[in-house]
Design a protein around this ligand. Structure first.
Ligand code: FAD
Length: 403
């Protein structure tokens, strides 16, 4: 048996009394859930927890993602333990929270499927005998290579990310959700966080006292000097469409990956009867202040419709046997310069924790992030997962190295 990882410690002089989580995406919501379910320490359980969200829970990437989960796709990278632990936690959460009905959690097959460019008159399924997996009959588009099995129901799963994130909040006893915008994080002269300034619509800005603040602000993290003075979080725009085929029962649980990257592009059939298609990353676009103001670019949305129609005639939009368009949308992935999330206490600001930069794996890695952060905050150490590779202090070291 492998030795347990060294505990990741933070000096917490006394159990927190008032915790404020900033951001109601999957990362903030997972943190709220695991904080509210942490029963090892009765003093910690007595802490009050407020989650402050600018717009609505899961209004951004956490509501618009595919919701794909994979056990071992991050093996061989620093994300491996986080991902494996999170995949297991997703299973446990699904059992505890009735995942299949509450948020469309389901294990599924995953295929890599090379497609030819869109063809107005595709030959139905021209290579049926070259598959290592029998190709489901709804995939009747033009396939140029051999489809490959890249995940099985034991190793890959799908959930509805907005329903998942909302279910977590609904099942976080004692967590108050405040709709308001975090304007500032206040730190006293001794370098200890003392609270946040929040703007609530039609009210004056108010100070909310806290001895622990968690910044889970996704691609908005860099708006806060306490973060941007140490590291950058950029937003990478990605598009998606949601379709409801006329005959949803004919769409089998097979996630399809049409490119080399897990995000570009993919087709994900949900147990709700909807099929989610995403891809079309766009670099260099600024993240708007208002999450509700994020819209997709028409060309990118059109490209996704072409992809969907090339995969299956059942995914071509239109009346009379075509698919209904449920959503055409975009959102921003929170990305760091080294491609790893940042999870831990901010150096120089005691009691101020950060959890951001999860890129294309935030839904997958949310539970292990929230569980280990809850442990770090309430017990001063993360015992099950070594958070060292994700520590914000790694950017301090880089600053020193480069001098
Ligand atoms: C197209 C697409 C597909 C994806 N597919 C997958 C997938 O299949 N599997 C997977 O694991 N991951 C996937 N991801 C990645 C995943 O969506 C993200 O990593 C994850 O949602 C990030 O969560 P977050 O909580 O950090 O950020 P967000 O979801 O962006 O949440 C941040 C929250 O902070 C709030 N906020 C911002 N500023 C303030 C403020 N000043 N005050 C208060 N609140 C504020 C925002 O309103 C927002 O609700 C996908 C992403 C995209 C774009």
């Amino acid at each position: 048996m492998a030795a347990p990882p060294p505990p990741t410690t933070a000096q917490t002089p006394s159990p927190p009394r008032r915790i404020v989580i900033c951001g109601g995406g999957v990362i903030g919501s997972c943190t709220a859930y695991f904080l509210s379910h942490h029963h090892n320490d009765s003093a910690a359980a007595a802490a009050s927890i407020t989650l402050v969200e600018k717009s609505s829970v899961a209004c951004a990437a956490s509501g618009k993602a595919a919701g794909f989960l994979a056990l071992d796709w991050n093996d061989g990278t620093p994300l491996s333990s986080l991902s494996r632990s999170s995949f297991g936690l997703h299973r446990t959460l699904s059992e505890r929270l009735h995942g299949p009905t509450a948020y469309a959690y389901r294990p599924l097959h995953s295929l890599s499927l090379p497609l030819s460019p869109p063809n107005p008159n595709p030959n139905p399924n021209p290579n049926p005998n070259k598959n290592d997996h029998p190709l489901p009959s709804w995939i009747d588009g033009r396939i140029v290579g051999s489809p490959k099995t890249i995940g099985t129901p034991d190793t890959t799963a799908l959930l509805h990310p907005k329903l998942f994130t909302k279910t977590l909040i609904q099942n976080s006893p004692g967590v108050d959700v405040l709709t308001g915008e975090i304007k500032k994080v206040e730190v006293d002269d001794e370098g200890r966080v003392v609270g946040v300034v929040v703007a609530v619509v039609d009210q004056e800005e108010r100070f909310v006292a806290a001895d622990v603040v968690v910044l889970a602000l996704g691609p908005w993290s860099s708006q806060f000097p306490i973060i941007s003075s140490l590291f950058a979080v950029s937003g990478l725009k990605a598009h998606s469409i949601v379709l409801r085929p006329a005959d949803p029962g004919s769409i089998t649980p097979h996630a399809l990956f049409l490119g080399k990257d897990s995000l570009v592009p993919g087709v994900y059939p949900r147990s709700t009867g909807e099929v989610y298609v995403c891809g079309m990353l766009r670099e260099g676009e600024e993240v708007p202040d208002d999450p509700e103001a994020i819209v997709g670019d028409p060309e990118s949305i059109e490209a996704l419709h072409r992809v969907a129609g090339t995969v299956s005639s059942k995914l071509r939009r239109g009346n009379g046997g075509g698919a209904e368009v449920v959503a055409e949308q975009a959102c921003f992935l929170p990305c760091t310069d080294d491609g790893l999330p940042v999870i831990g206490e901010m150096p120089g600001a005691k009691g101020c924790y950060v959890a951001t930069g999860h890129g294309g794996w935030g839904i997958q890695n949310g539970p292990a992030t929230g569980a280990s952060l809850a442990e770090l905050i309430l017990e001063g150490r993360s015992s099950k997962l070594d958070l060292t590779p994700f520590s914000p202090s790694r950017f301090l070291c880089r600053g020193a190295d480069s001098k």
